[in-house]
Design a protein around this ligand. Structure first.
Ligand code: NAD
Length: 300
């Protein structure tokens, strides 16, 4: 371990968290890890010498930074605040520790969580990411950070192990707000691309050719560049981002709009299409399976 390494807690070793924690280990930070999926924890410890498993909450007693990479706000809150006032991880963290929620949580709840942590002498940054599993493995994630700017600067050495474009975007919750809105824009582009591919093919166009033309035309978007050929037309459907999580993100974006008095009529439609696909497909379905789903849902 290098002399500059920090003592980090890391909770959530899923598709994203595993490679992110791996990069922190590689950079010389000392890691206390946890995931409810024991197989993930065992694998991580086998592959990363020196990483320690948090057998109980006391294990986090001297971490400087605690990172969560969990599915949603419910999981983050129950992890930090426990249930019915018991098993509160925040009671075990040392005063002054920084909690960084890098998952895609709900901005309004993150803002409230930041206040709860501040009252306990802790700090909170919401630092969600974009760039998918590929970005997590390569350390090239885009990270959008909300919270206290001084704490953001102090956390940059840690964040730089995982991301390339790291931007302070405002007060508590703004990182999570921006992430949800980004994923709304991304999902709208994905659905538009899929619908265009289906209609175009039925009219006799070649799908690969369509993507090539979109990519040199104004229809270009993240799906046309990075998902259509790679995960949809190839039939692999294994981008590593689940449809369930994408549906959650669109819900977050439209709830944010509603809380501010905005109807987001396209947002509602995108949310409805995602929810229908999520209930029609298996719980583990990749979000790129939207292509398979919409192909099979043609009305007469
Ligand atoms: P994932 O489902 O693969 O991983 C989540 C991990 O959290 C799992 O390993 C699960 O066992 C663990 N977990 C669940 N409840 C837990 C608990 N109470 N305590 C400890 N561990 C628990 O999800 P993911 O794809 O890694 O995404 C994580 C977060 O990042 C989500 O908020 C997601 O929306 C966001 N995100 C995902 C991607 C992507 O491409 N997959 C990209 C950007 C952001």
């Amino acid at each position: 371990m290098s002399g500059s390494g920090k003592r980090l807690g890391f909770i959530g070793l899923g598709m994203m968290g595993y490679p992110m924690a791996s990069r922190l280990h590689q950079a010389g930070h000392s890691l206390i890890i946890f995931d409810v999926a024991e197989a993930q924890v065992d694998k991580f410890v086998r592959e990363h010498t020196g990483a320690a498993v948090a057998e109980n909450l006391e294990a986090y007693a001297d971490v400087e930074v605690l990172i969560t990479m969990l599915p949603d706000s419910d999981t983050v809150e129950s992890t930090l605040l426990g249930k019915d006032g018991r098993n509160r991880l925040i009671d075990r963290l040392p005063s002054g520790a920084v909690v960084i929620d890098m998952g895609s949580s709900q901005p309004i709840r993150s803002r409230a969580l930041a206040q709860s942590l501040e009252r306990e002498g802790l700090h909170f940054l919401d630092a969600p990411v974009s760039g998918g599993v590929k970005g997590a493995v390569g350390g090239t994630l885009t990270i959008m950070v909300g919270g206290d700017e001084t704490k953001f600067r102090e956390a940059l050495d840690v964040l730089h192990c995982m991301g390339k474009t790291i931007t302070f975007v405002g007060g508590p919750g703004t990182g999570h707000a921006l992430k949800a809105l980004n994923n709304y824009v991304s999902a709208a582009g994905l659905i538009a691309t899929v619908e265009a591919l289906i209609v175009g093919q039925e009219f006799g166009l070649d799908a690969g050719l369509m993507i090539d033309i979109f990519n040199s035309s104004t229809g270009q978007n993240y799906t046309t560049l990075n998902k259509a050929k790679q995960y949809m037309l190839s039939g692999t459907f294994n981008s590593g981002f689940s449809l369930r999580l994408m549906t959650k993100d669109i819900g977050t974006a439209s709830e944010l709009g509603e809380s501010l008095g905005w109807d987001m009529s396209l947002g509602q439609k995108v949310k409805q299409i995602c929810a229908e696909a999520a209930s029609a497909l298996e719980g583990t379905a990749d979000h790129t399976e939207m292509y398979r789903h919409l192909q099979s849902s043609k009305t007469a």
